[in-house]
Design a protein around this ligand. Sequence first.
Ligand SMILES: C[S@@+](CC[C@H](N)C(=O)[O-])C[C@H]1O[C@@H](n2cnc3c(N)ncnc32)[C@H](O)[C@@H]1O
Length: 430
Amino acid sequence: MRDGGRLSAAIEVLSEVESRHRPVQLALRDWGTSHRFAGSGDRTVIGNLVYDALRYRQSLAWRMGSEEPRVLVLATYVLTWEQGLERLKTVLAEDHHAPEPLSETEEQRLAEAPEGTPEAHDAADVPAWLWPSFLEVFGENAEAEGRALATRAPIDMRLNTLKSTREKLLKRLAHAGAEATAIAPTGLRIAAKAGSARMPHVQAEEGYQKGWFELQDEASQIVSLLAGAKAGEQVLDLCAGGGGKTLALAAAMENKGQIYAFDADRLRLAPIHERLKRAGVHNVQVRDPASSKLDDLKDGMDLVFIDAPCTGTGVWRRRPDSKWKLTEKALADRVEDQARVLDTAAGFVKPGGRLAYVTCSVLPQENSGQIKAFLERHPEFSVRPALASWQGLFGTDKDPAYAGELGDLLLTPATTGSDGFYFALLERSA
Ligand SMILES: C[S@@+](CC[C@H](N)C(=O)[O-])C[C@H]1O[C@@H](n2cnc3c(N)ncnc32)[C@H](O)[C@@H]1O
């Protein structure tokens, strides 16, 4: 395919996503199935166009005066990918699979920005209803934080210290451009590429098959380390899902002690068995919600880890479509879920034990607001300042920008180069 056909395909897929509310990944897969002549290079370009149009939907819509899929895709090609107006006009003229030629207005808007300035939330590609929350958390940095959450994410990997070393992995993955991450000592990163470029498929690497590394954002690695799980401890991973944090905790505990991995949704928990095997983890007991209760763990855990169900506003770089789909109702539901999970978790912490609370959201309602409310309901808990643990683990030269008065931390793409993650560590009085 040439660029003209790829642009048409991206418009078709984006229309499907917007009008039928289909998840992008499914819409792209279905397009691929019904257009078998398209090669993997074509699919990459089409996917990149669709995802980038969604990343910058609001700022492009302001620039173009329209949020039609066609307009967003053409603007992505000319402006975000910097292919230029003349190149687009040539592509449209030369390929009979290309979209219709440009209208006068489209050409004018692509050539120059309209007068005036966009509102801050439009410039930052943050939904208007979430802007007050962004201002509350980030203040004058809100626009920069929104913009950073719109960019493409790198591929981050976590070295499995049970099986390999970072030095060895860096050598193995040098051909893919992997480098050490700046903060987590377990992290390796392949930087995001621009435009039509394809990211390497690291799951095909021998090292992945052998369990030497896992795909995991650096922020996830950092919060797993900040929980301070030690060899020999009793740990409950209460929202274990597919086990990403469980594996990181197990490695930090050097495979010693016991982790109980639980999730309310057994389907989400299902992949954990295979992952534990591949990673060579032996200290995890998976508790299936359908067949086992957790009563025997009451008041007995050194650490309860809550990777809470959340809105995912911190991972917009990886799921740009979720940014525009999020509703006030969904946020309210997650806030309720989180309060419930926190109350449940409290019952498993032993006197003197810890409770780590993590979200991949940057919204105060799900983070500091949730912790403040929990502390009021549970006076037997207090906050253990996370910054001191951070400095002990990562040094004093890269403090996170958002270390709250509460003793909590917020990581963001703009400040730590990671996904947006919140972390608070609480301690039960002895
Ligand atoms: C952010 S995801 C967990 C991701 C996982 N820890 C990982 O690292 O791959 C949140 C999980 O919380 C689970 N969950 C929601 N409500 C829950 C509850 N009341 N008790 C336990 N798990 C719950 C969801 O099923 C979901 O899998």
